[in-house]
Design a protein around this ligand. Sequence first.
Ligand SMILES: [Zn+2]
Length: 138
Amino acid sequence: MWADRLTPNLRNGSYVLWISSFALRQICMGTIRATCPDCGDVDLQNHDVRVRVCIDTDEGEYRFRCPTCAMLTVKPASDRTVDLLMSAGVHMDEWRLPAELKETHAGLRICHDDIIDFHALLADDAATADALRRLAEA
Ligand SMILES: [Zn+2]
């Protein structure tokens, strides 16, 4: 398996970025060669690729939309890959996990029967109004 590394290409002065997913990326004057799962190697400009890093987990990923088939490809990125893509001029977005993940939940889990009961309640206007009235009184 390839380790993430940047190797100079002595023939044309560019750099070849080897990524652990066996994909070959070439960085030369802001051009990045990426691999679309359907189309194979495609050439992208640095503004066609985005890097995202989660501040809470420190995990990174990069994404691009294939210029041939328009399929969005998202792959995990190591710290080294993030650094290399950023050095090639790729923009990085930072994001946080949703705050809802830190909420504590009490009570029973909602099951399929609860969803079916709720669906039936919504179909019955009188029952829905009664449920809303009881909720407002609580
Ligand atoms: Zn494609």
